[in-house]
Design a protein around this ligand. Structure first.
Ligand code: TYD
Length: 133
């Protein structure tokens, strides 16, 4: 099952003595990037996310280790397992996301279409379902 508001992304990889991943506006990530944040040193059994964004679109990559991401657009649910440095997902606005099963070494890099603003978050699942109707 696939949600139209999410899709798998692949960053181009350049591998010689190292692995180099690259992206730039209008390539791979389907929005202009205003913000980048990084999640690492995740403690055992941690779940993160559990929110949706009213406007912000995101592209999430697990550049080291692995993580499971559950997505829900209010109608359909899907699960991605990110386990390759260049494999990521596009998460549109108004998509509920939950991250779990982080490997101990997991490092997530998230590109966002907007600056951080707590008012853009929907943290209540019932409210999300209401708004996504
Ligand atoms: P949150 O988005 O809830 O984290 P996650 O999606 O991983 O569960 O953010 C956790 C805290 O970090 C929150 O107090 C706000 C802060 N924060 C920023 O200041 N800037 C940011 O870009 C992000 C993503 C979070």
């Amino acid at each position: 099952m696939n949600i139209t508001r999410t899709k798998l992304l692949r960053l181009p990889e350049f591998i010689d003595e190292a692995r180099l991943l690259s992206t730039q506006n209008k390539s791979v990530i389907p929005f202009s990037i205003k913000r980048v944040f990084i999640i690492s040193e995740v403690q055992k059994k941690t779940q993160r996310g559990k929110h949706a964004h009213k406007k912000t679109k995101q592209a999430l990559f697990c550049i080291q280790g692995s993580v499971t991401v559950r997505l829900n657009d209010g109608k359909k649910k899907t699960i991605y397992h990110l386990d390759r440095p260049n494999k990521g997902i596009f998460i549109d606005n108004m998509v509920w996301s939950e991250m779990s099963s982080f490997s101990p070494d997991a490092i997530l890099v998230v590109f966002a279409s907007d600056y951080y603003d707590e008012r853009d978050y929907i943290r209540d699942y019932g409210r999300f379902l209401e708004l996504s109707r």
